[in-house]
Design a protein around this ligand. Sequence first.
Ligand code: GLA
Length: 385
Amino acid sequence: MNHITELFEKQFNRKPTVVSRAPGRLEILGNHTDYNEGFVLSTATEQATSFAMAPAKGTVCTLANAAFPGQIFTIDLADLDTPKQGDWTNYVKGALVEMKKRGLNPGAFDAMVDSTVPLSAGMSSSAALEMAFCFALKTIYDLELTNADWARVGQGVENNYMGLKSGLLDQFSSIFGKKDALILCDFRTVEVLANVPLPQGYGFLVANTLVKHNLVESDYNRRRESCERARDILAKNDPSVKMLRDADRAMLERGKDQMDITDYRRALHVIGENERVMQGVELLKQGKIEDFGKLLFESHESSRMNFENSCMELDALVEIAKSLPECLGARLSGGGFGGITIHLIRLQDAESYRTRLETAYKAMTGKEISTILCAIGDGASAEKI
Ligand code: GLA
């Protein structure tokens, strides 16, 4: 928090009144289940985005970002309507638009931003930015929303301002993450059902393929439409099905002949993921970490075969992981189509595993990856100073 305060003081020649922090997230199990009102096991990362902020007069807000040294960005509260292509301040503007829709009218501000969450990598750098911004602004202007609604503000930015029909997972995990635990999230009731500690001595190595996915242009939205079409058919057969969350494998098999085969496979992935999340929680409670790891491999296989949101680079990493005894389980994490894989390992093996993974990946693909041993951090916070 000190670093961001210093950056603010250098930039604005005054002290910030609030400092906030919101982490990235790792999706551990439960891929594309959130917008189907299903379950996810996720964590907040120690990598986070920080804001230092102070109120300003008038309607013009001034922002600086440590990632763009020497540049100044402005936002006029009176002109929030159009996103500017490729501009990071869209996430801030979009959040202000979503706040307005909810009857919140914060004043202007000066802000400094810094982040350790890798960009466009599947660790939700955008949700971290949105939530760090919202938490700073709500603290300055006493804006009152529940935490679930703050997550919805961030989701609204993605859905309405950026055009990505994403669920609530990223913002929700950024807010509700718990140090050293996985959180079991229910996206029907929008609550954390349990904190599930990871056994001591285990952690996640994150491997970034550096394949940059632009989810808006990718098939993300089409995947969601597939899920909804499958849901519509299952709902006709059984009115208790409101979302794919309510369906099981038997219902899906009964509806199989009525639906497009691709939609069937998408739904099979989602139903399987919901099952794996619940199995995973039980296995962790029983201390069966090896069996938990196997679920990660199964999840990736289902992404590869059924949901088709993997890619050559992600598959290569998971194949290598399967061949290395240090790894208990690995899978793509997040939207897919590039980004990261997560690897469950014993912490004592972290360095040897990292080296072996990087070397094998280079030999197999000729490409580099960047790896981070990702500690599990707490959710978003803000404090007045
Ligand atoms: C992205 C979206 C989330 C979620 C995941 C897949 O991270 O932003 O809402 O759908 O993909 O589980």
